[in-house]
Design a protein around this ligand. Structure first.
Ligand SMILES: O=C(CO)[C@H](O)[C@H](O)COP(=O)(O)O
Ligand SMILES: [Co+2]
Length: 236
């Protein structure tokens, strides 16, 4: 399984969103990551399903919608109707996590579960065999451009090993502070989708940025025989 690159629209120029999406698609991105924030679950507000629907006709990329909103079950159907291919909800935002994941599946999208940096993997172990994606935040959610939190790397590795040992196909997505220095670290730990906002939209040449991330992750790919990582790998 090769590592996929998912530019995060959060760091795009919001005055030129259609062109920004076209640019990263042409640059070779594999998915488009869309960060939805409600000013309640996280201290920032972004956009709703209307924006997803407005961009949908202009891109063939998989729309990877990351819901950082309280009680996401209220809006799951709207985001899927708007064109989301993958809908990811935070375990910290769901009282009935399994019910919300089932709701996403039932509406025809792939489902993901996200964990904040301080949330232990054990909280989602029961649903890991059922999800299409587990998203591990490597910054506290709410803003782009934050520093990568290295203490999350063992959790990325634990998730990859858990899934491999059970023969599960779920993707392991890492989100926050991913750049050419941290991409090889998370790829070696078992990440299969790298979200990158600043590292792609902050670069003048988006194609070069996507290529650089892919090359940085290449060869460190966990699926080529990666094993449990030693503690030294995780130090800053
Ligand atoms: O979910 C997010 C923030 O909550 C974003 O996807 C993430 O921050 C990407 O931005 P960057 O690569 O600049 O850290
Ligand atoms: Co995100």
């Amino acid at each position: 399984m090769t590592v996929k690159i998912a530019p995060s629209l959060l760091s795009a120029d919001f005055g030129r969103l259609r062109e920004e999406v076209t640019a990263v698609e042409a640059a070779g991105a594999d998915l488009l990551h869309l960060d939805v924030m409600d000013g309640h679950f996280v201290p920032n507000i972004t956009f709703g399903p209307q924006l997803v629907a407005a961009l949908r006709p202009h891109s063939r990329l998989l729309f990877d919608v990351h819901l950082m909103i309280a009680a996401p079950e209220r809006y799951v159907a709207d985001f899927i109707a708007a064109g989301a291919d993958i809908v990811t909800v935070h375990v910290e935002a769901c009282v009935h996590l399994h019910r919300v994941l089932a709701q996403i599946k039932e509406k025809g999208a792939a489902c993901g579960v996200a964990l904040n940096p301080a949330t232990p993997l054990g909280l989602v172990e029961e649903v890991l065999p059922l999800v299409d994606l587990v998203l591990l935040m490597t910054v506290n959610p709410g803003f782009g451009g934050q520093r990568f939190l290295h203490f999350v790397v063992p959790k990325v590795n634990a998730a990859a090993i858990f899934l491999r040992d059970r023969n599960c196909q779920a993707a392991v997505e890492v989100d926050g502070g991913v750049d050419v220095t941290t991409a090889p670290v998370v790829a070696a730990a078992g990440a299969t989708i790298l979200v990158a906002g600043t590292a792609v939209f902050g670069a003048p040449d988006r194609a070069a940025a996507v290529r650089a991330l892919r090359e940085a992750a290449e060869g460190r790919d966990f699926s080529r025989g990666g094993e449990r990582l030693g503690a030294a790998t995780f130090r800053d």
